[in-house]
Design a protein around this ligand. Structure first.
Ligand code: VG1
Ligand code: CO
Length: 541
């Protein structure tokens, strides 16, 4: 087959963020935009000649067309084989699992995750390394460098490849293997969790409401929860993946998963509620009138993981992203486990998991996972919770009460100021950063600053460093605030303000009320309202 060499030139702004390159879908659809980035991935990883890759995405608008481009470009650059999910679908954790299970040389995942999809919304692409995890910064830096010097890309002239039929076909000399996106993932879940105990739970009439938000987890959740575990048919809502996620925002939090919140806080609420995001790596857990913050969820899983068969021998350690609350630190301390704090983004957990320093990891943004794959994993977290509940024979609310009674409660909330002016956002961060050295010991709105730093991370495994990862200010008495700018947005800047306050005794407060003094202190220090031009955050989770 004839390889076509297409001349091109660098396109500005192809710098991967927290999790791959995310842009408006129409930006990706411009001639050469995707092609430039894909060729730059090949360059950044030293070529794909003779290599085996996994490719799939969350099914959002442009997923199908983008996969055809990637298959042609992989073949043109000499890849030996590409393993693709049927119809181009793979959840992010399932892609990670496939890379590992098949010993692939890496993978390309198409998703903008929790960002809405559609021609006027967002699209994204990221590269995962042979361990199944998101490329570390050294690799994304090499890819970015390649986007800045690219002068051609290679492709093939072929008709579209049929991805609807399981089995092997060829594009040029390259084998394309179309696989069931769910099978290997479901098998992995059966190894980790007590499916008999879970089946018994559902046979007893236990009711679950899983909201797939019209995104990728629908087929996975139907197969695992309904078909294999016997949850009532229809327990999985919005189960059919749609290119625009039904016009919704596939971000599992109380703001965007409204339907689920209404069901769980209404009369006749099911026993357990959960949701996942666009690409299936996030999770939201909610009991009857009991929303569990992701930071608390991580702490509960760390305290109880040994109840699931896959973790019966205990955890090697735990890790959280820096803005995630310190609730898990208290569990680690009590259980004598190591606890690591990393910058935001799952790529920073990879080395800890590979080296066996941590078994469980989590982020405040509804991401939890373990060393079973190298991505966060939404359905995994749901099954882990269900396994724990089945063993403890408790409700979600009872588990939370028990947890706080033992470890205390860390009130937590994130305030997002979305799509604000980039210059204003950078100015706010720069000025606050400059003020940090003088803050220690100062009283601000009634709170005394204990420490103030711009978070830097040194990876304990390979010694790589990441600086300027977020401003962290701790106050005396167990309160903390973190400020950082989002690296996944596609419009202006998004300022995230993470608030927390520890309380050893009083567990029944409204989180926003409990955190009001911390919010007042950071407002006094950073002048968020004036600089952002907003009276209040756009999204509070
Ligand atoms: C956000 C979250 C971060 C998460 C990232 C990717 O990044 O805060 O915790 O790892 O999204 O998640 P940022 O830079 O916008 O704060 V996903 O499910 O979008 O792949
Ligand atoms: Co996601």
């Amino acid at each position: 087959m004839q390889v076509t060499r297409v001349a091109t030139q660098p396109i500005e702004g192809q710098k991967p963020g927290t999790s791959g390159l995310r842009k408006k879908t129409r930006v990706f659809m411009q001639a050469g935009y995707l092609e430039n980035f894909v060729q730059s991935i090949w360059s950044g990883i030293g070529g794909v000649d003779g290599r085996v890759l996994v490719v799939g995405g969350d099914g959002r608008y442009f997923n199908d067309a983008a996969i055809q481009v990637i298959l042609r470009m992989a073949a043109a650059s000499g890849a030996a084989k590409v393993i693709v999910g049927q119809d181009g679908l793979l959840s992010t954790p399932a892609a990670s699992n496939l890379i590992r299970k098949r010993g692939a040389d890496g993978g390309v995942i198409l998703s903008a995750s929790h960002n809405p999809g559609g021609p006027d919304e967002d699209f994204g692409i990221k590269y995962n390394t042979p361990n199944g995890g998101p490329a570390p910064e050294a690799v994304t830096d090499a890819i970015y460098a390649a986007t800045q010097s690219i002068d051609h890309y290679l492709t093939l002239e072929t008709p579209d490849i049929d991805l609807s039929t399981l089995g092997e076909t060829r594009v040029g000399a390259m084998v394309v293997e179309v696989v069931d996106p769910v099978a290997d993932y479901a098998a992995l879940m059966e190894e980790l969790f007590d499916f008999n105990a879970l089946r018994a739970l559902f046979v007893s009439g236990y009711k679950v409401h899983f909201d797939a938000m019209h995104a990728i987890t629908g087929p996975y959740a139907v197969e695992i929860l309904e078909n294999r575990l016997g949850a009532a048919k229809g327990s999985v809502k919005n189960a059919v993946p749609l290119p625009d996620f039904g016009g919704g925002h596939p971000d599992p939090n109380p703001v965007w998963a409204k339907e689920l919140m209404a069901a769980m806080y209404g009369a006749d609420a099911p026993d357990f509620g959960a949701a996942s995001d666009g690409d299936g790596d996030r999770n939201m857990i909610v009991g009857k009138s009991c929303y569990v913050t992701p930071s608390d969820s991580l702490a509960v899983l760390a305290a109880n993981a040994h109840l699931a068969p896959g973790y019966a021998t205990g955890l090697k350690g735990v890790a959280r992203s820096m803005p995630t609350s310190c609730a898990v630190d208290r569990v680690a301390e009590a259980r004598g486990m190591a606890c690591y704090a990393t910058p935001t983004g799952w790529k920073f957990f990879g080395n800890l998991l590979d080296a066996g320093l941590a078994t469980l990891c989590g982020e405040e943004s509804a991401g939890t996972g373990s060393d079973h794959v190298r991505e966060k994993d939404g359905l995994w977290a749901v099954l882990m919770w269900l396994n724990i509940l089945a063993v403890k024979r408790m409700s979600v609310g009872e588990v939370m009460a028990e947890h706080w009674a033992e470890f205390g409660r860390t009130y937590y909330s994130r305030h997002d100021y979305e799509a604000i002016d980039s210059q204003a956002a950078n100015g706010l961060m720069d000025d606050l950063r400059a003020a940090l050295p003088d803050l220690i010991g100062r009283e601000v709105a009634g709170l005394v600053v204990q420490s103030a730093e711009d978070f830097s991370y040194t990876d304990p495994v390979d010694g790589s460093t990441a600086a300027r990862q977020g401003i962290q200010i701790s106050f005396e008495g167990g309160a903390r605030v973190v400020l950082r700018l989002s690296g996944t947005g596609t419009e202006g800047a998004t300022l995230r303000v993470y608030l927390e306050r520890f309380d050893a005794r009083d567990f029944g407060q409204d989180p926003q009320a409990a955190l009001a003094p911390v919010a007042a202190a950071i407002e006094a220090l950073a002048g968020i309202k004036a600089r952002s031009g907003r009276d209040a955050p756009d999204v509070i989770t």
